[in-house]
Write a protein of this length. Structure first.
Lengths: 406, 406
């Protein structure tokens, strides 16, 4: 290939890290690189639960692309991807079309609602800066409204979170800290507010060590969270939800249902004719799509099987960031006409779930369990380490979390 | 009277200042004093336009009653007045009844909507901490919603303020400063937002000097405010307003209509059988109701005619505060069995209207016109002076406005 055109779709963890890696390693005349993203910023999807609860400002969560991408080396196109045409080597955007020689698909996730009636229309999702910021405002708004109605509406003060997995629990942890602040701000008694977590499995945080799950539930219950496990969400209405537990249907009046129980790959991937498994592209060892030698897939759009468990690796930021190193290496190799590509092997360093800014649980190196302040410190180190990788010390100082111990 | 019971209704400017004055001057065994108020706080009604726009926090605008009233000397009852029965010397509260020997009515104002259809249901009023705080949240909410709808709704970004009088213009001034902040917060182009002031008179700020009115309009127009004068609001719908100008009806789609064009005295006064003039009690020279020797009326519930103009004095904080001195003096005299009461004479020291925190217009001593930074400084001195009067240096330092020049 002579000065090939590399097109990277999406500036999530996988896309932006691939771009930054290529920007460092590729010579100016070796290839042209175009990054396409809907917004002119990248955001830390793993911080959105904090943005949504209102415990950190969205400007800490997002990073202007121009702050980490050298715009004189990389061509940035702010546009929305409509379709990918791998047979024509083209990408259809809302306002144009791009031709590529090598493509990297990093289009991220969207919420999966499993056909539960009303969920799509009436529930909030935590999927983007826009939706997180709106949820924050929605919470404030309902607290503000409460004392402005002659007939007080308790549904304004009931918050239902569907899903007790990683995202649901992290969000609940932030809410547990945020709600007392909201109560003070709007002269509302904390006891009038209910925060209810509904989980279909017999326990929250499925897959986590039972000791850590118990620790997490105790921490959250002591801050007034109610858990309903083994319960299926049946319907989400504008003014309430219905769940079923032990064959009985229960209704909770609420104006705030947050759906945190399922994500799937961006549906553009499936719609563009790739062979998919659970909506994702099951990539080869070198992160390329099975049918196309010039298409790499990264992050939540890529499916990699864990041979040990026979199940796919979870869609985490950690894995997307690790993948970006291999993808950038392989893209560069192809651009240089090299046919030997590296294979990707995930290296799970640990998992830490926050329970608000002051508590957390996790599993680190060699399956060591941690919780409380140690886990909190670890979580913030993980968050800060990524900033360092992405934009160096300057970015770390600008957006880092420095209240390490509380 | 032997240890008479003095009951003060309302902790607005008139009520709280009467209470504070009595607390200083009355001996412990001379009388019992009860203050009744809906909330456990007093608020600066003249700062509500800032609270509503979101330019100052509501906790700066309000003052816990216990911070300025000595609860061991004054009996504070947090309750809502339902009716006054002057013939029985009783006050009906939501949760009880009070008997009095001397009554002070300081129940403030409520919005007057002049029967304009839909205004009561759909417009926001700036009348209390609750309503101002909610309006602030409503503005935020609509900006937050804007990027979360597939079909963008420009009505979310149109703000209509009905009334170009003192309150309307002061609120518009704050909006002119606040909206660019909201645009930055929610990634919205300032040009997409319209702020429209509708006034029935041929000019805004009727009664003000034409030079100052021109100055104010220039200041606000340069910050993107649109004025529609000589226009009558005909209807307020949930999603828009209709006004009539030059015989033509014009519709503006908006989710935010703020009604700042009229106030009337608390309707409890009229409903309790007092003789009223424009809904208010036309008081005697000594601030007592015409038919009842034991009932004083203060602030927006009292009507005092200006003999020079033949029109009532405007319902301002300045006058209410001045009245409180005479009312407290006369109440004390009566409690001591003294029959010689003082008469009240208003002494208008000047009027300053803010146009945001960094601009203002006004008229001070000897009708001197001021504008720009001088008027801004004067406005903040007026605001701070009241805090000093009400709660001394301690309160001033806690709630004062110290960004004097900007």
């Amino acid at each position: 290939m002579n000065n090939p055109h590399i097109v990277i779709l999406g500036a999530g963890y996988g896309g932006i890290m691939t771009t930054v890696n290529l920007q460092k390693s590729l010579g100016v005349n070796e290839a042209r690189v175009t990054l396409v993203n809907k917004h002119d910023y990248h955001y830390q999807a793993t911080w959105l639960h904090e943005t949504a609860a209102g415990t950190i400002h969205h400007d800490q969560t997002r990073i202007p692309i121009k702050d980490v991408v050298n715009m004189s080396k990389i061509n940035f196109v702010q546009d929305t991807v409509v379709a990918i045409k791998p047979d024509e080597k083209k990408v259809q955007l809302e306002n144009g079309e791009l031709e590529y020689d090598i493509l990297v698909i990093g289009l991220g996730f969207e919420a999966a609602t499993f056909g539960i009636p009303g969920l799509e229309e009436n529930a909030f999702m935590i999927g983007s800066i826009n939706s997180a910021r709106m949820l924050r405002e929605h919470l404030d708004y309902n607290f503000a409204m409460y004392h402005n109605e002659t007939e007080k509406n308790p549904a304004r003060l009931n918050i239902v979170v569907g899903g007790g997995g990683f995202t649901g629990i992290e969000f609940i942890g932030e809410l547990a800290n945020r709600v007392p602040q909201l109560c003070e701000e709007y002269d509302i008694d904390r006891d009038q507010v209910r925060i209810i977590n509904i989980e279909a499995a017999p326990s929250v945080l499925p897959g986590f060590d039972p000791d850590l799950v118990e620790y997490a539930m105790n921490s959250l219950e002591s801050r007034g969270i109610e858990f309903v496990t083994g319960a299926m969400l049946k319907e989400c209405k504008p003014d309430g939800i219905v769940y079923e537990k032990d064959g009985k249907q229960v209704e909770i009046p609420t104006l705030t249902t947050v759906w945190a129980a399922g994500v799937r790959a961006n549906s553009i991937v499936e719609a563009s004719g790739f062979t998919t498994n659970r909506g994702k592209i099951e990539v080869r060892g070198d992160m390329r799509a099975p049918e196309y030698d010039d298409v790499f897939v990264i992050g939540d759009c890529a499916l990699i099987m864990n041979p040990e468990t026979g199940r796919p690796y979870p869609p985490t930021a950690q894995i997307a960031i690790q993948e970006s190193k291999v993808v950038a290496h392989n893209v560069k190799a192809m651009a240089q006409g090299n046919t030997e590509l590296e294979d990707f092997t995930p290296n799970i360093l640990g998992t830490v779930a926050s329970l608000g800014h002051n508590d957390a649980i996790g599993v680190v190196m060699n399956n060591r369990k941690i919780f409380g302040w140690k886990a909190t410190v670890m979580k913030k180190i993980i968050d800060n380490r990524y900033l360092l990788k992405l934009g160096g010390l300057r970015l770390l100082f600008k957006k880092g979390k420095f209240k390490i111990f509380y």
